[in-house]
Design a protein around this ligand. Structure first.
Ligand SMILES: Nc1ncnc2c1ncn2[C@@H]1O[C@H](COP(=O)(O)OP(=O)(O)OP(=O)(O)O)[C@@H](O)[C@H]1O
Ligand SMILES: N[C@@H](Cc1ccc(O)cc1)C(=O)O
Length: 660
């Protein structure tokens, strides 16, 4: 019987594959007959194509005849994608909703070297923990982004089909296993030094910059190997690489590498005796998104507009696109949205009648927000803008949009972090891909080391109380990432094991490089916790990060008290006493007077973002049975008082704990 079931599934699968092939062939006939636009023509029409490596018409024909695989690579040298990355990714999104197979490659291995393209100075080596934190954060961001693409696509009539395929890969997976000997044997003879030395990046860096290391010099070879690996192992082969126009040289190096390997490989199964047009690799570059002065938006230029909500709020991201110049907005609508061309044309007509209404810019900002942060964030940002920026945004016509710094006038007042919503309102909807919290957070060492996972979950904003954290762990719903003892210290892959309830000392084993802990609750709640010292430097960064949570902190927090075991729920206790220095977070307290978990309530969910500092002050007013903690805007330094309550454990032990 089970065998039968297996066979039935197999046949069903084969039937689906056959149907998908038939559909593709029929679509190809329509394209050839001029009844339908080809994929490449659609991309050209919307302005995505800067250059095609390998011949435009050949690529057009290939994409019409074959459901090929395509990829975009990004090095996780920052914790988030930025707006510039969206351009090559938009091509991938369009291809996906038209049935192509796509891979988003996060370059865990290539980030260790750093792409020297377009630079005159070498990149600063990143500490391993920072690199891993960025890698994990980016992995989850890309994953969530793809889910949003699906629902955004559906809104525009691209309904998910069985044959669509998308994947996220990390090149560490294969680079770790690649030996120097294999690389030199398989690809080495095909790399000509003359060609490499004549590349602009090499010449420029050697003649006008700080010279070039061997590692930097070999970067294009590693990128080429990635492509060869995916060309060779994925089904269908990855035959197209997409990147910004600055990547053209690296992409051509990849095409040359694949052609060399397939011609010369010692394994006859991998060798193509004759060049097969259906297996030829191609490259497609997109124009660079630049400031009005022509500078590329990106990490190196330090002007990136981040897609992570914690780094650029939905409000600011909306504002960035709202400030697009009239001369640019049509182009951006084609590049950053799935809106049909006819809709864009008619919106532009309406816009031209009364440009001061910024109709086109509002549409652009809303659509982009929906794609990147989800529908509800888009609606909320649009409302906030109509409330806060009204006339100011109308008068701005800058071609070089810059982010508004959060001022009391422009900072949104509502709470957008779903975890915070949930802790304030237990009936808030559960976390899903759309409302998942941003993955990055920074915590002081004393809130991680020697803490049970239940507590750390709370400090990281993943649960609303210690006891909720403990319950989740006991149910097996919490995972801890990349435990060095279990999977080897050097591994960068995202890998999780169930977190165990109990021994606080054991937590330390999971801290990577002394600076990083990764926790996951369910599928979508992930926190990449960067651990900083409890000294002033670390706290200063945390305090800066608290800016974003300013409005949340102003809301009164309902305080609950429990008696019984340290972390377990129980009956409310009768009395509360004020105490300091005896909190379970004593390391934190020692340097910060009476700060503790209550302070973290306002700090959690934040990252060391570089936002102007707005000092805040916390005050506590309490009665015997209840306590409330409020944070106020103030130009005075932080002063935090904390409520402590006495507890007694079932084993007769007693102590003080801060009030939840
Ligand atoms: N402003 C931009 N416009 C178009 N494409 C971009 C832009 N910024 C990055 N890209 C593309 O995104 C892909 C990944 O880029 P990468 O990770 O190197 O980001 P980056 O911001 O360019 O980094 P860096 O500035 O440090 O080189 C590349 O194909 C790159 O060309
Ligand atoms: N070199 C690319 C990123 C990348 C990494 C690996 C690849 O296989 C492809 C692209 C960049 O810095 O923009």
């Amino acid at each position: 019987m089970p065998k039968m079931a297996k066979r039935l599934i197999g046949q069903k699968y084969l039937a689906k594959v056959a149907q998908a092939e038939l559909d593709w062939a029929s679509q190809a006939r329509d394209i050839r007959a001029g009844k339908k636009k080809s994929m490449l023509s659609l991309l050209e029409e919307r302005g995505y194509v800067n250059a095609v490596a390998g011949g435009r018409d050949n690529l057009d024909k290939l994409m019409t005849n074959k459901r090929i695989g395509a990829y975009v690579g990004i090095d996780p040298t920052a914790p988030s994608l930025h707006v510039g990355h969206l351009l090559p990714f938009m091509v991938l999104f369009w291809m996906y909703v038209h049935g192509f197979h796509t891979i988003s490659l996060v370059g865990g291995a290539t980030a260790k070297i750093g792409d020297p393209t377009g630079r005159t100075t070498s990149r600063q080596a990143q500490p391993s923990a920072v690199r891993k934190a960025n890698l994990h954060a980016m992995h989850y961001q890309v994953k969530a982004l793809w889910r949003k693409v699906e629902s955004y696509g559906e809104k525009h009539g691209y309904k998910w089909e069985w044959a669509w395929r998308r994947g996220i890969d990390n090149n560490t997976t294969w680079m770790e296993k690649l030996s120097v000997m294999e690389l030199l044997k398989v690809l080495g003879p095909g790399i000509r030094l003359g060609t490499m030395l004549s590349r602009d990046t090499v010449k420029n860096k050697m003649e006008n910059g700080d010279g070039m290391s061997f590692a930097e010099f070999t970067y294009p070879v590693l990128q080429a190997w990635d492509w060869w690996y995916m060309y060779n192992t994925k089904q269908p082969a990855i035959q197209l690489q997409i990147g910004g126009s600055d990547q053209y040289g690296n992409i051509v190096a990849g095409i040359d590498a694949i052609k060399y390997i397939t011609k010369n490989h010692s394994n006859p199964e991998l060798r193509q005796e004759k060049e097969d047009p259906l297996m030829t690799p191609y490259g497609l570059t997109v124009p660079l998104l630049t400031t009005s002065s022509g500078e590329k938006f990106g990490k190196s230029a330090g002007n990136a507009i981040w897609l992570d909500k914690e780094m650029t709020s939905s409000f600011d991201l909306y504002g960035f696109f709202l400030r697009s110049a009239d001369a640019d907005v049509e182009r951006y609508l084609k590049l950053f949205t799935f809106l049909p061309m006819e809709t864009i044309r008619s919106v532009m007509e309406e816009h031209t009648q009364n440009p001061s209404k910024r109709t086109a810019q509002h549409l652009l900002a809303s659509e982009l927000l929906e794609l990147v942060h989800g529908k509800s964030a888009a609606e909320e940002a649009a409302q906030q803008h109509s409330r806060f920026s009204g006339n100011r945004s109308k008068s701005t016509t800058s071609t070089s949009p810059t982010l508004s710094s959060p001022t009391s006038e422009t900072t949104p007042t509502s709470v957008t972090n779903p975890d915070i919503n949930r802790s304030l309102n237990p009936h808030a909807p559960p976390t899903n891909w759309e409302n998942a919290p941003p993955p990055n957070i920074t915590l002081p060492r004393s809130l991680v080391y020697g803490m049970t996972f239940g507590r750390i979950l709370y400090h990281a904003g993943l649960v609303s109380s210690y006891s909720e954290g403990n319950r989740l762990i006991q149910k097996g719903g919490v995972y801890v990432g990349s435990a060095p003892a279990q999977i080897g210290h050097q591994r960068d892959e995202v890998s999780f094991t169930p977190a165990k309830w109990g021994d606080p000392a054991a937590t330390e084993q999971f801290v990577i490089d002394g600076q990083l802990l990764i926790l996951r609750v369910g599928k979508w709640k992930v926190k990449v916790i960067k651990i900083v010292d409890d000294d002033e430097g670390g706290m200063e960064r945390l305090r800066k990060g608290a800016e974003r949570d300013y409005d949340e902190a102003r809301k009164p927090v309902k305080v609950r008290k429990w008696k019984g075991g340290n972390d377990m729920p129980g009956e409310p206790v009768r009395s509360t006493k004020r105490a300091s220095g005896e909190s379970p977070v004593s390391g934190f307290e020692a340097t910060h007077r009476e700060g503790g978990r209550d302070e973290l309530k306002s700090l959690r969910g934040t990252e060391n973002k570089d936002v102007p500092q707005r000092p805040f002050r916390a005050s506590t007013d309490s009665t015997d049975e209840s306590a409330r903690i409020r944070m106020h805007a103030s130009d005075r330094p932080v002063t935090i008082r904390k409520q402590m309550s006495e507890w007694s454990g079932s084993d007769g032990s007693k102590g003080w704990r801060s009030v939840d």
